[in-house]
Design a binder for this molecule. Structure first.
Ligand code: URA
Length: 237
């Protein structure tokens, strides 16, 4: 690949910025100063910028426990994004797989693997997503049945059947909900449809991928090989 592409992919700046680094003589390839952005490089070569080595990584996968208050976007002028939290990222093209609302916490996969993301989000694949929710109001068997049938959330069709499990009922109830689609504000809209308000929402799993309980809100770690293999297997990606 071209040297300027290598450097851009590794997050060293825009094409214009990395070209400047090269033209200033700050980039070496196997110890030799590179002066042409279009120079072809192999990923095994030793590429340094101002003496610091950058190794090429094709794909990155991180599990983030998204905290409330940050947004599921790649960049934003005014607000911390989920990508701002991934301090050790190497690639510049990472993105969150799907969105959680600003006030929602929990599992978010961050990657640059567009194919896997597409498969996980595709409505046709019906990947299960499980959430923990604290809800204002008493959740009853009738709600469980309504969710199992699908509720009217103001779309052409009702929501797909969802599994609602009551953990604690009272004036405020605690539940686990598993849905097989991912419409905008889906969980909040489903509860609103049965007259309840979501007070707290946290995603616990997406397909086989489970939020690591050791991650506090705002913390992340790379996926293990096994976690990635299972995701690829179940989505056939
Ligand atoms: N459903 C919601 O209402 N919000 C989320 O963030 C995720 C699912």
């Amino acid at each position: 690949m071209r040297l300027d592409k290598f450097l851009c992919d590794m997050g060293l700046g825009t094409r214009t910025q990395v070209k400047q680094l090269i033209r200033k003589g700050l980039v070496t390839v196997d110890g030799v100063t590179a002066l042409r952005p279009e120079q072809k490089v192999e990923t095994e070569q030793k590429i340094c910028v101002e003496g610091k080595e950058f190794s090429y990584v094709e794909k990155e996968y991180y599990m983030l426990n998204k905290p409330a208050g940050c947004i599921s976007a790649s960049s934003d002028k005014n607000c911390t994004t989920v990508l701002d939290l991934i301090k050790e990222k190497k690639r510049s093209d990472l993105f969150p797989v799907g969105r959680l609302d600003k006030d929602t916490e929990g599992l978010l996969l961050i990657t640059n693997d567009g194919n896997l993301a597409h498969c996980l989000l595709s409505p046709r694949k019906h990947v299960d997503k499980t959430y923990f929710a604290r809800v204002k109001g008493r959740i009853t068997k009738e709600h469980v049945q309504a969710f199992a049938k699908g509720v009217d959330i103001g779309e052409a069709k009702p929501s797909l059947p969802a599994v609602l499990k009551i953990e604690k009922d009272g004036e405020e109830s605690e539940v686990f909900v598993t849905i097989r689609e991912g419409k905008y504000h889906q969980i909040k809209r489903m509860f609103a449809a049965v007259g309840c308000q979501v007070l707290f929402l946290k995603r616990l799993s997406m397909g086989s991928l489970k939020l690591d309980p050791r991650l506090n809100p705002g913390e992340y770690r790379p996926l293990t090989e096994e976690e990635l293999r299972l995701l690829q297997e179940e989505t056939k990606c």
